[in-house]
Design a protein around this ligand. Structure first.
Ligand SMILES: Cc1cc2nc3c(=O)[nH]c(=O)nc-3n(C[C@H](O)[C@H](O)[C@H](O)COP(=O)(O)OP(=O)(O)OC[C@H]3O[C@@H](n4cnc5c(N)ncnc54)[C@H](O)[C@@H]3O)c2cc1C
Length: 589
């Protein structure tokens, strides 16, 4: 299949990319978040159909949903939005390049493009903290458009911030408050087509602005999948994934984006850097690796060549229960070590996360659902008789299998044996299917909690298997101590996911009602820093898949040493001497 007009191999009929997958005609048609929160305007978290959630929230963080009043949705008109600093002449030059509808300077669009979607971003937009926002949002349609924008940016000494879905949670798309030059955000959302698929090699060339669903829809139509499903899938793009070294929940099988990206094109001040998609290469340092995770500091990724896989014949998610975290980790480690199972993903919730998940179960409306509820009650009673603590210690795990019917069934049977040998039991496919269906809904919970003055956020790390238990214990203790020292009631939980040969990712979630609007960010920072510092102190990284941006910079020296930081500094300052490309991200300056 080939839809590109640029480099179709000889003999391949070229299908224009505006054909089967039309680019949005203008910037306003490009999908985007609501200005004050995650995702679509009319989608929100609901608790009225989850009977166990209100008592859980009251018990853990003192949030009485029956008593407290939810804050109304914020109104942008209530806040003062600084005027755009883009000069009229510059705007006219951009309009000449891209057309009036692809150069936007209105308040709402500039606000939406000035923040990622971390909980501090959400707090800042909700409270109108708009001291410095971007001055224009532009929407290129082609790589040539991107190059022309880049030339103009350098010519007029502007600042350029590439923008995918704006789902980052490390401050990577937010301009520096001290930046005096006009800031132009380049939204890649009109460049979202799969250009071609080399079916023999399993390589697809894709425009960098493709959102997760756009990309999977186009690939699935041809019988392929990328297999990259971050929780932010609906609102993040291929270019953003590459620029932040993203990881999807199915990384056990499909790899991190750093494995999936084989080639790319980057619009750089000196021209286009083209990295050919090859299975291996011995020239180093690797240009591909240099661009991955560069967060817009080296230029704009316009196209990515990714490895794609045939859609599996069968896919099954099975749930398991372990008596506690230590048994669960031992089981997950044994699965990672098994030579005859190749799970698509493995995930283990700790006791508190398991309790949280159970509190989120919807009230059953069908007879089948009601029967399943009774079966679960009976099972938990049986486990309690066996000595399990079903209210805080037991840990739910999910393992996904893909392949032929025979392969899925054989792997499932092997894993059932491993789980049993490590003290766990299989719960079958029912809970697994529920997990699979609701996996992209949880981001809406953070907006809901903020409307009750509660912060709910995450921090993730990766560590070797030998240190995962220590990491879990110490991070939980550090977080709890920070909350206690501030006199706050909070709740923390964790899961293990993204299993590798040598270790795994630990993903911590914390929630607490802040004491006042004035102290909210300071309280958040105290807790976040305690968690991050514990990552470093116990042999982990500053983040497994949430990039550096500005939020994680305090720990970059710990991660790569001062020498590493100085090398990065040399690369960025030589590549972009005028500091025009997303300055201040990853390292300062
Ligand atoms: C609720 C939630 C869940 C999340 N879950 C996951 C998860 O499971 N896994 C995961 O990896 N991450 C996750 N994230 C973080 C985020 O989704 C990732 O960092 C994602 O890769 C960002 O992609 P984006 O398209 O939204 O990029 P943006 O947020 O728009 O940009 C991020 C950075 O990349 C740069 N950039 C974007 N596009 C380009 C381009 N074409 N060329 C050069 N630079 C570019 C930007 O300048 C910025 O520095 C989550 C975030 C949220 C809010």
């Amino acid at each position: 299949m080939d839809r590109s007009t640029r480099t179709a191999p000889a003999g391949t009929p070229a299908i224009p990319s505006t054909g089967p997958w039309p680019a949005p005609a203008s910037g306003r048609e490009v999908k985007r978040h609501k200005w004050w929160g995650w995702g679509l305007d009319d989608v929100a978290f609901r608790w009225d159909n989850k009977p166990a959630f209100p008592p859980f929230a009251k018990d853990k963080i003192g949030l009485d949903l029956h008593e407290l009043e939810q804050r109304p949705e914020p109104e942008l008109s209530a806040y003062e939005v600084p005027a755009s600093r883009l000069g009229e002449q510059t705007r006219a030059r951009l309009v000449e390049l891209l057309g009036e509808d692809n150069v936007l300077v209105d308040d709402e669009m500039r606000v939406v493009h000035s923040f990622g979607r971390s909980v501090t971003d959400l707090f800042r937009v909700r409270t109108g903290d708009f001291e410095r926002i971007v001055d224009a949002v532009v929407y290129p349609r082609t790589e040539e458009d991107v190059q022309a924008i880049l030339r103009l940016v350098l010519d007029e000494d502007l600042v350029l911030i590439p923008f995918g879905g704006g789902s980052c949670i490390s401050g990577s798309v937010t301009p520096d408050v001290a930046e005096q030059r006009p800031v132009v955000t380049v939204n890649l959302g009109r460049m979202r087509a799969v250009l071609s698929i080399d079916e023999t090699s399993g390589l697809a060339r894709v425009e960098a602005g493709a959102y997760g669903p756009d990309l999977e829809d186009q690939l699935n139509a041809e019988g392929w999948t990328l297999g990259h499903f971050p929780d932010s899938f609906n609102y993040s793009t291929l270019g953003g994934w590459a620029a932040t070294r993203s990881t999807g929940m199915q990384s056990d099988k499909y790899g991190d984006i750093a494995d999936i990206v084989r080639g790319l094109r980057l619009a750089h001040p000196r021209g286009v850097l083209a990295v050919t998609a090859l299975p291996g290469q011995s020239d180093g340092p690797s240009m591909r690796e240099l661009v991955l995770g560069s967060e817009g500091r080296l230029g704009v990724i316009t196209e990515v060549t990714v490895q794609v896989h045939r859609l599996p014949a069968q896919r099954q998610v099975i749930a398991y229960m372990f008596p506690d975290w230590e048994h669960g980790i031992r089981g997950m480690h044994a699965i990672a070590r098994a030579t005859d199972v190749f799970p698509t993903f493995t995930r283990l919730s700790d006791g508190p996360e398991t309790a949280f998940s159970l509190s989120m179960v919807k009230e059953p409306t069908s007879t089948k659902g009601k029967v399943a509820g009774k079966v679960q009650d009976g099972l938990f009673a049986y486990l309690r008789r066996k000595g399990w603590n079903t209210d805080g210690d037991m840990c739910i795990a999910y393992v996904c299998f893909e392949g032929s019917k025979e392969s899925v069934s054989r792997q499932e049977s092997t894993v059932r044996g491993i789980v049993k040998r490590n003290g766990g039991i299989s719960l079958g496919a029912g809970p697994g299917a529920i997990y699979d269906q609701k996996k992209f809904d949880t981001p809406y919970l953070r907006d809901f909690l903020l409307s009750y003055d509660v912060f709910g956020d995450v921090s993730d790390t990766a560590a070797p298997w030998s240190r995962l238990n220590e990491m879990h214990t110490e991070v939980m203790a550090a977080g709890q101590k920070a909350l206690d020292d501030m006199g706050l009631t909070g709740f923390m939980f964790c899961h293990m996911s993204h299993s590798y040969h040598s270790g795994a990712c630990l993903y911590f979630t914390f929630a607490f009602p802040y004491s006042s609007k004035e102290r909210a960010l300071a309280e958040y920072t105290t807790l976040k820093h305690a968690v991050q510092q514990a990552f470093i102190d116990h042999g982990g990284t500053l983040s497994h898949h949430h990039a550096v941006g500005t939020e994680h910079q305090p720990w970059i020296e710990d991660d790569i040493t001062p020498v590493g930081v100085s090398i990065l500094h040399d690369v960025f300052s030589a590549s972009d001497p005028g500091r025009n490309l997303n300055p201040g991200k990853i390292i300062t300056p």
